[in-house]
Design a protein around this ligand. Structure first.
Ligand code: NAP
Length: 475
């Protein structure tokens, strides 16, 4: 084997990016565009790794199927990867198929963009009971994630969703919406069938603070009123505003719009006596979860909250008054949390890789040469998809600053990593493979549309089992 350890100053800079969600693709795009224009002329050669057989991370496995506008971001990411100057290698898991040592051997720098996919913990009695679920797990199910069970227990008539962020809205909407309205989306058949069998009548969303402290965004909130045969129910006693709320309404247009929307719904609800819908979505504020209750059968029978009051600063404090709601399922949607990565430090509290502006730090707080992070694993699971662009700019900026002092790869030949994956029997997928799977999913949608019996046109139907995704990609 040739020793290629000459510095990256005399050959293309070899960079591995681990995680092909928006954060990873943006980083790859920005790095590619920086080469040759910044800091003199240099070439870059990027491999974009992904643990799933398909790219797009959170967009494929985190965005609700009835949000095609956000899914549209896929078109922009597709264009980047379709240029041909970034190599996609899917179905390769960091820590299982390749170690940090491997990455160091084949690349001058590694950027981790693995995101945050699991639910934050909620430490209250009963949280582990049957019928108590993580919202992120439910999202994985309805988005056809390859590694989660195909069946989801949808037996509850009354359901509590804890949290006042957009994920809580997604979870609540998917639970309460009549599934026929989802049929035109890319939802897999097992998800449609599962939702069809649900006996749900009431979904209650609980925020621990007030209407001016919600973390929703206006469009996602307003969307709730567009569902067929679902009434939105609000409670006047939940509408409390303190000084900080008034200031937030004055200074933040998004908050103002959302408070207006909620207040209008409250007024309309009490003014109109329309034909009641068969399902209801209740929005409660100032409820902090205390305990999930067991009906004696080991499964959820109710949930207990402490009523809260605002303390003047926009935070809430307990009133000592408790309320209970009969529900048969509880979904916590109180935020995502990143997962640790083999051989790297991990901040368990924040769920991130410790870093300074994207330069990954060791246990002593010193930058680890050649290792970077971007996206949610860098700064935590907050912000919209577009915000990860700013992250990527910062991380790539530091990588470029460090470019001439990076620990050089021992074997930067792009074929070497392919040889290693093959030697290890890793069934990696490629960009061409994704195009095949993409076309296959579109063809499933077209066949459905052509069949015509449902009267619904579908652009795509997702392939769910990992082995099918891999087989179709590698055919
Ligand atoms: P989030 O926006 O941070 O919301 C988390 C919610 O959980 C907050 O209301 C928070 O209340 C509440 N919470 C946290 N700990 C709690 C506890 N112990 N008890 C009760 N409530 C608790 O997180 P997210 O909903 O997971 O969303 C993550 C990011 O993805 C956000 O930036 C979101 O906008 C984005 N996203 C966007 C869309 C979209 O359609 N545009 C869809 C999904 C996600 P406090 O405020 O009181 O802490």
């Amino acid at each position: 084997m040739t020793n290629h350890s000459a510095s990256a100053a005399t050959r293309p800079l070899r960079v591995a990016i681990v995680g092909a969600g928006p954060a990873g693709v943006y980083a790859a795009d920005i790095l590619t565009k920086s080469s040759g224009v910044k800091d003199g002329d240099f070439e870059v050669s990027i491999d974009l790794f992904e643990a799933y057989p398909a790219p797009y991370g959170l967009i494929r496995y985190g965005v609700a199927p009835d949000h095609p506008r956000i899914k549209g971001i896929v078109n922009a990411l597709h264009k980047v990867l379709d240029r041909g100057d970034i190599r996609f290698l899917g179905n390769v898991a960091y820590g299982r198929d390749l170690t940090l040592h491997d990455f160091r051997a084949f690349y001058d720098a590694v950027i981790f963009s693995t995101g945050a996919i699991r639910d934050a913990d909620l430490d209250i009695p009963g949280i582990g009971m049957a019928g108590s679920y993580g919202g992120a797990d439910f999202v994985s199910w309805y988005d056809g994630h390859p590694d989660v069970p195909r069946e989801w227990p949808l037996e509850a008539r009354e359901i509590a969703v804890i949290g006042n962020g957009n994920v809580a809205l997604d979870v609540a909407r998917m639970l309460v919406k009549h599934p026929e309205e989802l049929l035109s989306t890319e939802i897999p058949d097992n998800v449609y069938q599962g939702l069809k069998s649900s006996p749900v009548t009431d979904v209650h969303v609980f925020g621990r603070r007030g209407p001016a402290q919600v973390k929703f965004t206006p469009l996602e909130l307003r969307e709730l009123s567009h569902m067929n045969d679902v009434d939105i129910v609000l409670y006047p006693e939940d509408f409390e505003f303190d000084e900080a709320s008034d200031e937030a309404i004055r200074s933040n247009n998004q908050i103002k719009t959302m408070v207006n929307t909620l207040t209008n719904w409250l007024v309309e609800e009490h003014a109109e006596a329309e034909e009641p819908s068969s399902r209801r979505l209740h929005l409660h504020f100032l409820h902090s979860p205390v305990e999930i209750q067991d009906g004696g059968t080991g499964s959820v029978s109710g949930i207990k909250f402490e009523r809260m009051q605002l303390d003047g600063t926009g935070n809430a404090k307990g009133t000592g008054e408790f309320v209970e709601y009969p529900v048969q399922a509880v979904y916590r949607a109180i935020g995502y949390h990143g997962s640790p990565l083999a051989e790297l430090e991990y901040d368990a509290k924040r769920g991130v890789i410790p870093n300074e502006g994207g330069r990954v730090l060791d246990a002593a707080g010193a930058a680890v040469p050649g290792i970077y992070a971007t996206g949610w694993i860098k700064r935590g699971p907050v912000g919209l998809i577009g915000h990860t662009k700013g992250d990527a700019l910062e991380t790539i900026g530091f990588l470029l600053e460090d470019r001439l002092t990076l620990p050089p790869a021992q074997n930067p030949d792009p074929q070497a990593i392919i040889d290693l994956l093959e030697e290890r029997g890793v069934e990696y997928t490629t960009w061409e493979g994704w195009n095949r799977l993409d076309a296959h999913e579109a063809a499933l949608g077209a066949a459905w549309t052509a069949d015509g019996s449902s009267g619904v046109a579908r652009e795509r139907i997702k392939v769910v089992p990992r082995e099918d995704m891999v087989r179709i990609s590698r055919d």
